[in-house]
Write a protein that binds this ligand. Structure first.
Ligand SMILES: Cc1ncc(COP(=O)(O)OP(=O)(O)O)c(N)n1
Ligand SMILES: Cc1ncsc1CCOP(=O)(O)O
Ligand SMILES: [Mg+2]
Length: 211
């Protein structure tokens, strides 16, 4: 493990968005970790968007996480990938690791957590913490106690909480053991996304790195 690996840390504010325009808007605001989540496309058509999002993130010193499209993430030279349990069925983890990608994996129950940990992930995501309107999910909300349980089980591995999390709910999620809060609606569906982003950054950024 290199010194870079040792000091590597995920930013606690982790918005999930569906376009390069959103990625650019967020990193210009100071966001340091963002996921590009484009659904129902193929690798060829998402490739230009992944490349453009990577370029803008690197220009602003932010980390881009590519959702789902592991082949395109490898081809584009991305640094981070997020896969769900269904994605794991077809992903080539050896190729993903050989490309140097850091990997986050979704979990919803103990069996999924065991499977995720067997993949040696760089973070584990748990969701939905609260009811979400973004997608239909066959899981009841996990709640705050489950965050604490997951954190005990995964130890030092970063825990990402996702699903129905608002700025107002974030402190309880962090206090329960989440290291990172991921969200869609609370930022992109907010009437003033830029002001909301600033509020999230102020609430989550450690005092030592605020500018
Ligand atoms: C941080 C984070 N957590 C969970 C998910 C969901 O991934 P998945 O279960 O594969 O569902 P889709 O997002 O691909 O529809 C995520 N994307 N990010
Ligand atoms: C992609 C995803 N995976 C688990 S919950 C979720 C949606 C999160 O969206 P929101 O923050 O709007 O509830
Ligand atoms: Mg997925």
């Amino acid at each position: 493990m290199s010194i870079i690996d040792t000091i590597w840390r995920l930013d606690p504010f982790y918005p999930v968005v569906d376009s390069v325009d959103w990625v650019e808007r967020l990193v210009k605001q100071g966001t340091k970790l963002v996921q590009l989540r484009i659904k129902d496309r193929d690798d060829e058509t998402v490739m230009p968007e992944i490349r453009a999002a990577l370029t803008v993130c690197r220009a602003y010193g932010a980390d881009l996480v590519v959702n789902d499209y592991w082949r395109a993430a490898i081809a584009a030279g991305a640094d981070f990938l997020h896969l769900g349990q269904g994605d794991l069925d077809t992903a080539d983890l050896v190729a993903i690791r050989a490309a140097g990608l850091k990997l986050g994996i979704s979990t919803h129950d103990h069996a999924e957590l065991a499977r995720a940990l067997a993949c040696d992930p760089d973070y584990v995501a748990l969701g939905p913490i609260y009811p979400t309107t973004l997608k239909v999910m066959p899981f009841v909300p996990q709640g705050l106690e489950r965050i604490g349980e997951w954190k005990k089980l995964i130890g030092d591995l970063p825990l990402v909480a996702i699903g129905g999390i608002t700025l107002e709910r974030a402190p309880a999620c962090l206090a329960a053991g989440a290291d990172v809060i991921a969200m869609v609606s609370d930022v992109v569906r907010h009437p003033d996304p830029d002001a909301r982003t600033q509020a999230w950054l102020a609430a989550t950024r450690p005092a030592s790195v605020r500018t």
